[in-house]
Design a protein around this ligand. Structure first.
Ligand SMILES: [Zn+2]
Length: 112
């Protein structure tokens, strides 16, 4: 299986070129312009977008279940394990939210 080339346009110098897409850690598609070497980013693939939505929804339900009082009691407990667990839940919430916000900005740009 060969890698699929995609026709893209550089964000900086507007050069059109074909390139094999690379993926960032969060699943964004990344291209490097052969002319000016700057990087252009493209929105998430549908699979990533759906996954981030599912994680964000599950984690916000988890937050609702813990509640503000629950978070406060974890903070008051002084337990390192409980802190860690809370930190992981926060990360699991902010990473998908961050990715979805960035995705929506890139998608707006793509249709503009
Ligand atoms: Zn360029």
């Amino acid at each position: 299986m060969g890698k699929t080339m995609r026709d893209v346009k550089c964000d900086s110098c507007k050069e059109s070129f074909s390139a094999v897409p690379k993926y960032t850690f969060l699943g964004f598609i990344k291209f490097k312009c052969p002319k000016c070497n700057s990087k252009s980013f493209y929105p998430l693939s549908k699979g990533y977008r759906v996954t981030y939505w599912i994680i964000a929804i599950i984690v916000s339900l988890k937050f609702k279940e813990i509640g503000l009082l629950g978070i406060e009691s974890v903070l008051n407990s002084g337990s390192a394990m409980a802190y860690q667990e809370l930190a992981i839940i926060f990360l699991l919430f902010f990473i998908p939210v961050y990715a979805l916000i960035k995705d929506s900005i890139l998608r707006k740009k793509a249709t503009a």
